[in-house]
Design a protein around this ligand. Sequence first.
Ligand SMILES: [Zn+2]
Length: 176
Amino acid sequence: MDSCSECGNNSLTPRLHEGHNVMECDLCGAIAGGSVAVATIERAREAEQEGIDASVFAVQRAIGRLDGVRVTESHGGDRIRRRLPFVRWQALDSRGIVQLENLAKSLRLSSTSMSMSWTLEVDYHSTVEFVLTPRAATTRPREADVALAQADLLVLGRTLDRDVRLAWWRHPAAHG
Ligand SMILES: [Zn+2]
């Protein structure tokens, strides 16, 4: 296949994006390659447009879409500064509180697929806030911990997108 499926242009260039070898259309920038590669690159581009770290984007989006939840801050982790990733949000009303049970259950079910132990922390800054972050084995996370946590975020993003559609995921009533 040597023409772009989006615009029909015949000039495609091999490129390395987000660790994947793909073909990129010289005209419209559309990516051709394996479905995982294309999805990863499109998510990274979407994240970049919204100014969000690509590694945390899917998780932040999944949490931000929940009823009664507003994401206030997120970080994709920083291997150089050894900063672990996190997503912080507020529960706007009781619907947001119901989501905690869902999130905790989803974390429990996906724990065997993840390298780090992820926790839901409760914090208070003029209102109650919740933080999803991995627990580091040592006080100062190692560079490897940050890398593992970033890999976990990709797993978490996929499992959250899946779990919100499953029967056990509780959807709070509009007035609760
Ligand atoms: Zn094109």
